[in-house]
Each structure stands twice: as structure tokens, then as C-alpha cells.
Design a protein around this ligand. Structure first.
Ligand code: PMP
Length: 365
């Protein structure tokens, strides 16, 4: 009965920083409407799936060899997509932006160093920090989920973190940051400032990307992902744009051949079809804005959202609402401040299931 002998975590020489921690664990359940991990609800078209299949078949003929370690073709395609005068030397890619963030912590964080974030924010930032032995310093956001510039600058000056995370648009609140906030933090930060722009493509008009700041602020890093707007969460491809010196630093910690030839082929093919993949973004933004209006119209509190999800409330017992929704086949997320819930924007059919279930569960029908 190997594995059923009472031997457990407590019997292993786990690092102190990991004792008592829980792993990242958004539920993966088979439900009619999975609106809990900010995925894109529109799968690749059959035409694109075939193109990906052909690219993988071509890569398969060379799988006896290690992949191209520096992924230059993919990085050039990503730089091209980003524009802003960026080229291959400014771009780095890994298996999801989570891995990009981990490499940043491995290079710039570590024992005796601090990483700072403005909470509520993406739950993986502190997990990745702790995993790299970096002390996590949380700073609270304002009640409207904005980052107060003076408070942020003061916190950076007090703690002198090696890594600062600014998530824009922020998960789980949807809040985009003014560029002035990023600039003010970057001017006083002694280390790198990571602007996590996983949801960049979903921003409303007038909220700019931090990409434009890169030439003047060489310790700013913008991280992006193909998991959301590009509808490619299953392929695992994240990337960053930064000064070439940052890319040089990450080469010191990346594992050799970390991006498989299959991943590179899939991502390059997806980028060749960027227009089709990004076509759904406008629909999702419109659906998001309609959802915000509908929720407000029914008396719910809603955080302004520049992402493909919406944080709404407020519920005395949010777990009861979450469970009631799940019973009706709608999986949302219990995340963020205690009285709030997060829902990912899905297809029109999924959103009407969400609206019907929410009215029933909250008795506002
Ligand atoms: N950053 C933010 C803010 C996210 O919400 C997510 C995904 N939930 C990620 C990074 C990581 O995404 P991936 O690893 O799929 O690129």
C-alpha cells in the first residue's frame, strides 16, 4: 500500500517558506459554462487548427534534435506583433507568462531580497516570489482598486524591493493603471518593475500599454501572454518585452531548451493567424461592457474592467452565491476581497446562462 502509510509533507525536508502554503488551484470542473480562469471562450477555427497540425507535423520530423534554444523566429514574430520599434533582442518567451515571471524572480529576486505587489492582485505573484526565496511585500490598493501613487512611491522607498509588480489591467479587479503611475514607481524603484499586461488587448480606448515607456526606463519589463487574447492557453506561451540587457539576464536562469520545438511551431503559426485570433477580442470587449452595464442595472457593485473578466459584488456570503451558480452549471471564481466574485466573459450563450443563474441565486429575478 505504497503511498497510504501516513507519510506526508511534514515528514519531508520542505523549505520553511513552503510550510503551510497551498498550491495554486482554480477548480477544473466539467460544467456547461466555465467562466473561472479568464480563458478565451472561442476555440481556434478548423482552418487554424489544421495549420497548427501541419506545423506540428513538420516539427515532429526533427524531434530527435533539441529545439532552437533561443527561439529567434518566434521572438521576431512576437516583436513584430508588439510593434513600438521592438526587435528580437527585446523579446523573451517561455512556457506561459508564469514561467517568464518565475525567470524574472530567479534572476532579480532571491534570498535577502523583496518583491512587492499591490493587492488584491494576481495570486501567482506572491507564490512565484516565495518559490524563488524572495520575501513578498503586499501593499493595499485604494478602495476603488486603483494604485495610490504617493502610497506606492512611499512603499517602494521604504522597502526597496528588487522586483515590483504592477498588473495592468489588474487581475482580479480589471483595473488598468495610468502610465504616470508606472513611471512614478519606476523612477524610484531600485530594481526591476514588471508591468504584467496579460490582459492588455482587452483594454478600453485610451488606456495605453507600458510598452511606450521601455526606451526611457530600461528597468521596466512588460510581460504578456498568448493565453488570453490569442485564445492559446493550452499551448503555454508567455513573453516579455524589455531592454536587451534584461533578456541577457534571463538567459542565466532559463533552462536550456525550455521551449519545445512543438510549442515554438504552434506559437509561430498562431502569430501568422493573429488577425483571426484577435478577431474575437472586440466581441469580448463589447460583451464585457454589456455585462458591466447589466450588473449595475441590477444593483450589483462592479469594478470598472479593462480585461476579459469582471469583479462584482457585494455579497455577505459569496461562497453561497458561488455554490448556487455552480449548481446551475455556471463556474465562476471566489477570488479578491471577501464580498466579491469574479466572472470571465464568455460567449453570449454562456453570459445569458450566467445572468439567469445570478438572478435566481440572488433572488433579484
Ligand atoms: N498574469 C496574470 C495577471 C494572469 O491573470 C495570468 C493568468 N491567469 C498570468 C499572468 C499567467 O498566464 P499564462 O501563464 O497562461 O501566460
Amino acid at each position: 500500500d505504497f503511498g497510504h502509510d501516513g507519510f506526508g509533507l511534514a515528514d519531508l525536508p520542505l523549505r520553511d517558506a513552503l510550510r503551510g502554503q497551498t498550491p495554486y488551484g482554480a477548480p477544473q470542473l466539467e460544467v456547461p459554462a466555465a467562466l473561472n480562469t479568464n480563458e478565451n471562450p472561442y476555440p481556434p477555427s478548423p482552418r487554424l487548427a489544421e495549420a497548427v497540425g501541419r506545423a506540428v507535423a513538420a516539427a515532429a520530423t526533427g524531434l530527435n534534435r533539441y529545439p532552437d534554444r533561443d527561439a529567434p523566429k518566434l521572438r521576431a514574430a512576437l516583436a513584430d506583433y508588439l510593434g513600438h520599434g521592438l526587435d528580437t533582442s527585446n523579446v523573451w518567451a517561455a512556457n506561459g507568462s508564469n514561467e517568464v515571471l518565475q525567470q524574472i524572480l530567479q534572476a532579480f529576486g532571491g534570498p535577502g531580497r523583496k518583491a512587492m505587489g499591490f493587492e488584491p492582485s494576481y495570486s501567482m505573484h506572491p507564490i512565484i516570489a516565495r518559490g524563488s526565496g524572495t520575501e513578498w511585500v503586499p501593499v493595499p490598493r485604494a478602495p476603488d482598486f486603483a494604485v495610490d501613487v504617493a502610497a506606492a512611491v512611499a512603499a517602494v522607498e521604504e522597502h526597496r524591493p528588487s522586483v515590483v509588480f504592477l498588473t495592468s489591467p489588474n487581475n482580479p479587479t480589471g483595473t488598468a493603471l495610468p502610465l504616470a503611475t508606472v513611471e512614478a514607481v519606476a523612477r524610484v524603484a531600485p530594481g526591476v518593475v514588471v508591468v504584467d499586461e496579460a490582459y492588455a488587448e482587452f483594454r478600453r480606448e485610451g488606456t495605453p500599454s507600458a510598452l511606450s515607456l521601455l526606451p526611457s526606463l530600461p528597468r521596466v519589463i512588460v510581460s504578456r501572454t498568448m493565453s488570453k487574447a490569442f485564445a492559446l492557453a493550452g499551448a503555454r506561451l508567455g513573453y516579455l518585452a524589455a531592454h536587451p540587457a534584461v533578456v541577457d539576464a534571463l538567459q542565466l536562469v532559463r533552462l536550456p531548451y525550455h521551449l519545445s520545438a512543438v510549442t515554438q511551431a504552434v506559437a509561430v503559426t498562431a502569430l501568422e493567424h493573429a488577425e483571426e485570433l484577435l478577431g474575437a477580442v472586440d466581441r469580448l470587449r463589447a460583451e464585457r461592457d454589456a455585462l458591466v452595464d447589466w450588473l449595475r442595472g441590477h444593483g450589483f457593485a462592479v469594478a470598472d474592467s479593462d480585461a476579459n473578466f469582471v469583479l462584482f459584488g457585494r455579497f455577505e456570503d459569496r461562497s453561497a452565491v458561488f455554490e448556487g451558480m455552480l449548481e446551475r452549471g455556471v463556474l465562476i471564481r471566489e477570488v479578491g476581497p471577501p464580498e466579491w466574485l469574479r466572472v470571465t466573459v464568455g460567449t453570449p450563450e454562456e453570459m445569458s446562462a450566467f445572468r439567469a443563474a445570478l438572478l435566481e441565486v440572488t433572488g433579484r429575478a
